[in-house]
Write a protein that binds this ligand. Structure first.
Ligand SMILES: [Ca+2]
Length: 388
């Protein structure tokens, strides 16, 4: 009987092999609707095309080598976009989908064609506590297989916010993942900044989950073996410079003080000893803005745009933007373009303010378009492309 039901299921929905077969989840994805006809900006004249609609609080987008897209929805669905079809994949890890938690980043491994690994980050709950988790899995048909949990934040804590969780692949065969500070300040459950927990850190592991021997605290009691940098707040953007290989991150400030940081091994980025922001409740200073042994941000923003998503533009379509750094803004509903000269910000431009909504992720697509993902109950994926 199970076999017969299985066959019937395949006939009714040949596209779904995983859990919860539901034909209604396979719907037209490619709207390709021009939503902003023409923007004459400083270095590019472009338009904005909506390419995928109907996404529920999407958090991240990445591409498989064959051009299909993977998009995470924070409530817990991982969406495969194949041309006009979008399918919710089966066997996705169970997530703690509450407040800022849920299914968060997705990144296709740079060696995907050899290994087939896809990396996802999400919040996970056990008992009354939870934290950020990094797992990897393979894609078979429309389901994940070989799901392996590689790392979980230590310790798990009760707050349901500030999970960080951006994933990046440096050129050295490791994987980095940001671990948000989970609402912790000095003398709370977790005393930060300290590298003795992974709360408020950047974690660096090998792509199979083992610990690289050259991590800064390996063989030392001062910090966990997995910690690469610490003293971070909630880092929702991380990317690798396409020419230098340097690791760039941004993080949310408390009330003002969103930071752009250049990440280096063993460095302390200051939270919660220092910040350019102040407290939400009574606007009192957190501490000074810098201190001994603390790595200052490359730049900061006050008031906070609420940064999320970050990528260098590496395409050829919008040549005036080549190698510029783009970041999304949630509260300020805009895209920020940053020109860098080495480690210095030389110029900034704000784009699309109020046009698309809360921008959660930004990424150069394989076609050379610049894509942004909007955080909304009816969120979308949009492509910025050149126009005459
Ligand atoms: Ca800082």
């Amino acid at each position: 009987m199970r076999t017969l039901i299985g066959i019937l299921s395949l006939v009714l929905c040949a596209c779904t092999l995983g859990d919860d077969p539901d034909p209604s989840e396979n719907s037209s994805a490619t709207d390709d609707e021009v939503v902003v006809e023409r923007v004459e900006s400083e270095e590019a004249t472009f338009r904005v095309v909506k390419t995928v609609g109907g996404l529920e609080h999407p958090w991240a987008v990445d591409w498989l080598p064959d051009g299909r897209m993977l998009i995470t929805e924070r409530p817990g669905d991982l969406i495969l976009v194949d041309g006009d079809e979008k399918t919710s994949l089966g066997n996705v890890p169970e997530v703690w989908a509450k407040n800022q938690g849920g299914l968060l980043d997705v990144r296709v491994s740079p060696d995907y064609e050899q290994t087939g690994w896809i990396y996802v980050s999400y919040s996970k709950k056990e008992g009354d506590k939870g934290g950020t988790v990094l797992s990897r899995a393979k894609l078979e048909g429309t389901s994940l297989t070989n799901v392996q949990e590689l790392y979980r934040q230590t310790p798990f804590l009760t707050p349901d916010y500030h999970f960080g969780s951006r994933i990046a692949f440096p050129d050295d065969e490791t994987v980095l993942v940001t671990m948000g500070e989970r609402g912790q300040r000095r003398e709370q459950t977790v005393d930060i900044p300290t590298p003795t927990t992974s709360v408020g850190t950047t974690v660096r592991i090998n792509r199979d989950g083992s610990v690289p021997e050259d991590n800064p605290f390996v063989g030392s009691d001062e910090g966990l073996d997995v910690v690469y940098s610490y003293g971070h707040r909630n880092q929702q953007g991380m990317t690798i410079h396409p020419q230098t290989g340097a690791v760039w991150q941004h993080e949310h400030g408390p009330h003002g003080g969103d930071e752009l940081n250049l990440i280096q091994a063993r460095n302390n980025y200051g939270w919660s000893e220092v910040s350019y922001g102040d407290t939400y409740t009574d606007q009192t200073p957190i501490g000074g803005t810098t201190g001994p042994g603390i790595t200052d941000p490359v730049t900061y923003w006050d008031p906070s745009p609420a940064l999320s998503g970050m990528d260098f533009y590496t395409g050829n379509q919008l040549s005036g933007w080549k190698n510029d750094l783009f970041m999304g803004a949630l509260a300020h509903t805009k895209l920020i373009r940053v020109e860098l000269d080495g480690q210095d910000v030389t110029h900034q431009e704000e784009l699309l303010e109020g046009e698309l909504g809360r921008i959660r992720d930004v990424s150069t697509g394989p076609d050379g378009g610049l894509y942004v993902l909007t955080d909304a109950t009816d969120g979308g994926l949009y492509r910025l492309e050149p126009v005459e």
